[in-house]
Write a protein that binds this ligand. Sequence first.
Ligand code: PGA
Length: 241
Amino acid sequence: MKLQIFNSYELMSDAAADLIIEIVTNKPDAVLCFATGNTPVRTYQLLIEKAVSQHTDFTKCFCIGLDEWLGVAEDISGSCHYILQNQIFRPLGITKNQVHLFNGTAEDPENECEKMNKIIESKAGIDCMVVGIGINGHIGLNEPGVDVSRKAHIATLHETTILSGQNYFKEPTIINKGITLGMAQIMQARTLLLLASGKNKAAILQQATRGSISNDVPASFIQQHENALILVDKEAAATLS
Ligand code: PGA
């Protein structure tokens, strides 16, 4: 694990976008996984600008979903589907057949997990994952206490996730459960890029990167990832020892 501190959110986002461009330039058929949330929004905007100016070819890459709210349809603006489609896939010209996301309204969510696990195996793993960190230490929807050996699974959401999750929806939306890639898959990503911005992430970033490795803070396992890069702005790094 390496950690880099940037003077601003803008500089952090710029570095993250450069890294994604570099990975896709070196491996045009890379398997990518992008988190939703507020943190990577600027990274994705810069990624699109850089992809245009540098003529980066995304036509051969494949994109995997990190997570989804269970029971939320893909046309709801707070769904991960909707956000990824609008923030990344459409602007980059990534087509439906280059993408596999969790269907939050599938009749059989366990089967969704199985399908996702098989797709990741058939693609021989994920080349680059971009993730955030929740204030409770989650990555994706791997909530505190999760069995870190698990692959894709259904997660019961913690109170903090339910509350912060509302921020992504235009209207109050019931979210109790989610569907997520497991820590086993996150830890196997060939490059794991974790972004954290703002002072409300300072305490959990300290615990995740300097504290003991425990499933109480799922993100702490990133300390064991050989090719994890944690990019943070100085507000998020404020209490790093
Ligand atoms: P955020 O979410 O980027 O909106 O802070 C991060 C997360 O909960 O994983």
